[in-house]
Each structure stands twice: as structure tokens, then as C-alpha cells.
Write a protein that binds this ligand. Sequence first.
Ligand code: ACO
Length: 434
Amino acid sequence: MSEKYKICGNAEVRIDDQVFTLPVFEGSEGERAIDIRKLRSETGLITLDSGYMNTGSCTSNITFLDGEKSVLHYRGYSIEDLADQCSFVEVAYLLIHSKLPTNVELDGFKRQLNDHSILHEDMIHFFDRFPPAASPMSILSSMVNSLHNFYPEMDDPLETLNITAARLLSKVRTIAAFSYKKSNGYPLVYPRFNLSYCANFLNMMFDSPVRPYLINDVVVDALNKLLILHGDHEQNCSTATVRMVGSARVNVYASISAGINALWGPLHGGANQAVMEMLEEIHQDGGNYRKFIEKAKDPDDPFRLVGFGHRVYKSHDPRCRIIKKACDDVLKSLQMEDDPLLAIAKELEEVALSDEYFIERRLYPNVDFYSGIIYRAIGIPTNMFTVMFALGRLPGWIAHWEEMWKSPDARISRPRQIYTGPLLRKFVPIEERE
Ligand code: ACO
């Protein structure tokens, strides 16, 4: 076994009257796992774990997450330090290259991002062929998939991965902004070499021939933070998808396109959009947020306060402290504290945080709650929220794809199952069937 973890003990499994010994491994932060890879060959049994709630599908040295202690590290650096002191481009470099860049390396990376920011003009025709109401996520995944045709990789994709990574980070930003412009029938705004990554994106989104976009540093800073906070989150649904699809030795564009499709779901990347829809519903209903809190607390009502609670973080989501502050700064800077939906969000947050029901169950606002508010305040339409999430998650997906591809232990992903269907039946010819 090649990865950096060590055997720290054994576990015994008793099956009927036989006892089997399995090794226990420990990761660098003390997490432990029973290695069951030989379980089937030795016992004939598999493990059953629907939804992979307790299954480690790989070892990884990219992200460490401890939900109980509210810890999130990328490549060993705390999310607090990274969000406070780095740009998204620096963090993307860290995730992809495993180290923080020097000034020279960062300049080189920025140059690469600039060099690859323009789309092949033939790709721009694709936008004209989508119907006007096309989902930006479907446009994004189709366009990313088709990048493979315009920018084929070498036989050994690792040889050109540095350029492919820069291409993806830069072009996905352009595709996202173009899909917004096209869906509104506005003229396209091309990337500019003199703007930073986030400022360039905002300019492509909101600049127009009649009203030049004024770059607001507070907004740029908040966008950098949002993208950093979404950079990676270990084996979530979309990242696991990228690794799984890539394990069939599929190119990085197709693997990431699959990840984008996984992220599209309302149970995954679609949650911040759902937050805004809930706030809209409360607003339409007269702004009576207390009624919705009562509905959320009612055990007979399936309604849940979207944007509250987290599957992994049970004390608080470490990303929330950072994003809440950025949210306050943006609302203040844009003088939007009076926006009705944002006002409802603030009231909900305050009431829920002091309500026994939410306190007892350790239900805090999650990162989706605040990211939706910031995106709305800066003018990103609700149906593009998940695209923004994808933009932030890209470096994580690329890093995982590369890690999976390079690992000598990587095999094509092939989970097992327990069959619960009918036993062998006698075949009945069609004319005799009832
Ligand atoms: N509103 C009201 N009650 C809730 C909420 C909520 N948002 N979330 C959990 N609860 C209650 C449950 O009803 C349950 O109550 P009970 O003990 O009386 O039965 C208790 O809290 C525990 O709930 P679980 O579903 O067991 O918690 P779990 O950790 O499995 O769920 C989840 C986490 C799915 C995020 C949940 O909190 C939820 O549905 N939240 C709303 C949707 C949301 O915001 N999703 C985005 C998550 S962040 C992300 O994916 C990036």
C-alpha cells in the first residue's frame, strides 16, 4: 500500500463462529479505518453501506475536515488563514499544486489564467443553440464536456495537466459569465487581462456598453472568500463523482462535467438557490417568518428551514463565521440592508439562533444561507448560484482527479450490492404470458 498511513492496530470480526482479523489504519490527523479490502476474499461477505455514510472510498492528502470540532484544512492550512490572507487564485494553486505559490509562481499562474481565458469562437455559437430558459448548470456541464474536443489532452493527461487546470479555471469563469449574458440577450463582455480573477468575472457579468461596471473592492473580496470556502470539501457527492468517473480513465473535462451534474442537485449545490426561494416564499406570504419557523419545528410538517443544519458540522460550520462577516460587509457597502428578502434572512437567523428547538439540535445557519444572500446582493441571479459553487469547487475537483489518476492503488470504482430481486424464474414465451 503506497499511501501515507500506517497500521495502528487490528479489528476482529466474528461471523458465526469464525473470527477474522482486519488491519486498522490511521491517517495523519488520527482518523482510523478498518481495512476491509480482503473481507470478501476471506469471508465471502461484503459490507452494506447505502449512501456511503461510513465508507472511506480513498485516502487523500488534499482536505481535512472534522465536523465535531468545526475544522477545515486545505493541504494542511486552516480555512480561516486562507480566507483571511489569500486570493482564490492562490488557494486554487495550493489545491492543485499542493503548495502555496511564491510570488514568481503566482505571477506565472495568473499569466496562464489570462492566456486561457478566451473561448474558441466556435464554442460561442453553442450558446445560441440553447433555448432561452436553459439552465445555466446544463449549459456549463455541456460546455465543459465539449472543451475536450477543442483542447484535446496528450496521451498522458498528467503531462499537460498544469495547462488543462489553468484552462478549466479560466474558461469555466468565461462560460459562466457568457451563459448569463446569453440567457438575458445581452452583448458578451470578453475577459480583460488587467483585472484580477474575481474582478474579471464580475466585469464579464455586469459590464455593458451603456453602463460600465464599477469594480467594488468589498464585493471582489467577498467573492474571493466565497470561492475559497467552496474550494474543496473532501468526498462530497460531486467530488466523489469526479473521482469515480475519472477512475474509468476518462479525461478530466468529462469527469468534471459529471461533477457539475452531481452538484446541480438540490440536495447538494442547489441548496443556496433553495434558500433564496424559501425567503421569496416567506416574502410573498407577507413576511411572517415566525410562521415558517413554527412549521420547521412541527414534527408533522416535512418543511425544513433551508440553510440551517449540516450533515457533517454539528457545532458550527467553520466557513460560516467568515462568510457572515463578508455578508455584512457587502450589504453595508452596497447599502442594501433594507432589501426585504435580506431583512427576512437576518430576522430568521436571529430568531432561529435563540430558539430552543434549533439550539438543542445544534442547527446553525450553514454556508448556503449566507452565500445566497451575498450572491443576491451582488446581482447574481438565483439560477446561477450553483454555477458560482461550481466555479469555487473546480480546483478541488481538479486536485482530486489528479490524485486519483496518480494513485498506484487506483482502480475503476466498482461498488458491490446485495441483490433483493426474484430468484431464477422459468422463461415464458410472449404468446403464453398473461
Ligand atoms: N429545519 C428544521 N429542523 C431541522 C432542520 C432544519 N433545517 N435540519 C434538521 N432538523 C431537525 C430534524 O427534523 C431532526 O429533528 P428530530 O430530532 O426532532 O427528528 C433533527 O434536526 C436532526 O435532523 P437530521 O435530518 O437527522 O440531521 P442531518 O444531519 O441528517 O441533516 C441536513 C442535515 C440534511 C443538512 C438538514 O439539517 C437539512 O435538511 N437542512 C436544510 C437543507 C439545507 O440547508 N441543506 C444544505 C446543507 S449544506 C451543504 O450541503 C453545502
